[in-house]
Design a binder for this molecule. Structure first.
Ligand SMILES: Nc1ncnc2c1ncn2[C@@H]1O[C@H](COP(=O)(O)OP(=O)(O)OP(=O)(O)O)[C@@H](O)[C@H]1O
Length: 273
């Protein structure tokens, strides 16, 4: 029996759905009634000028903040505003500022990420019975696979603090992947990187998506966003200005104006095409 390509390709399903998310800090509304959907198999970019509310929105998605209004669902289930439960549900993230365990090795850092996933409790760990040892072995195996996937195998026994900057950022991604997420949130993954490191990260993010983990990424590097993303949403002053394909967003006069503050400009300094 033959099947068509269309039948072989799984249809994208809504994975993360944010509806009417609003977050206030005292009198400041940092995020105002934002809707966003990430589908399976997608890389979605979230862009906007400094202070637009991108990180605040991420914090609402990952349970660090409880939004004043709105809901966030993952695979049709409402997410609790508790980071460890969001991780357990299948969402992992990295932060704008590197948060590695500097005095642990590269492998140990990934194993820490793995432990948020394993079911073995404190008692099992203390007793160190066969179940514990089996889980430990499987965790180590997965951590080694992730080091291979992120190109960090040669550095596995180095202390995290001794890695060059670009490799530290990759290690953060490896650690986030250790929880086997269905969705990975990246907050400015290429900040401070040189062009070579940025291209490496671009390839890595694409490979993550190709392995079945959808990605939502905040980034100021427009070349990175427009090269990589299937869909781009633009936040300005806490509100979603527009969303669509990279081409649509790139050519939207309102987006250009939001970045440059000039309504009739037709190019941006980041426009590489
Ligand atoms: N914990 C907080 N308390 C009070 N105000 C905050 C807090 N976090 C963010 N803000 C404010 O909320 C607004 C949105 O900030 P946010 O960091 O989410 O923007 P951003 O788009 O991520 O910016 P950037 O691109 O510079 O990282 C800003 O005006 C910021 O000063």
């Amino acid at each position: 029996m033959t099947t068509t390509d269309a039948a072989d390709t799984p249809r994208p399903q809504p994975l993360l759905t944010a509806t009417g998310v609003t977050m206030r800090f005292g009198g400041l509304t940092a995020v105002r009634s934002v809707d966003l959907t990430v589908h399976t198999g997608q890389i979605v970019g979230l862009i906007g000028p400094n202070g637009a509310g991108k990180t605040t929105f991420f914090n609402c998605l990952t349970g660090l903040y409880t939004p004043a209004e709105g809901t966030v669902t993952y695979r049709d289930t409402a997410l609790p505003a508790k980071p460890h439960l969001v991780t357990r549900a299948g969402i992992a993230r990295t932060f704008q500022n590197i948060r590695l365990f500097a005095s642990m090795t590269v492998l140990e850092n990934v194993l820490v990420g793995r432990h948020t996933r394993t079911k073995e409790g404190l008692l099992a760990a203390l007793l160190r019975g066969p179940t514990y040892h089996r889980a430990e072995k499987a965790s180590k195996q997965r951590a080694l696979e992730l080091l291979d996937f992120t190109g960090l195998t040669p550095q596995r026994d180095q202390l995290a603090r001794n890695l060059p900057y670009g490799e530290q950022r990759r290690l953060e991604i490896a650690r986030a992947l250790a929880s086997d997420p269905g969705l990975l949130l990246l907050d400015e993954p290429t900040a401070g990187m040189n062009p070579h490191e940025t291209r490496t990260t671009e390839r890595l993010v694409r490979a993550i998506r190709d392995q079945g983990t959808a990605v939502l990424v905040i980034e100021h590097d427009m070349r990175f966003i427009f090269n990589l993303c299937d869909h781009v949403a633009v936040l300005v002053q806490g509100q979603k200005l527009t969303e669509g394909t990279p081409r649509t967003v790139q050519n939207d006069e309102r987006v250009i104006a939001a970045y440059l503050g000039t309504p009739h400009s037709t190019t941006t300094e980041d426009d590489h095409r």
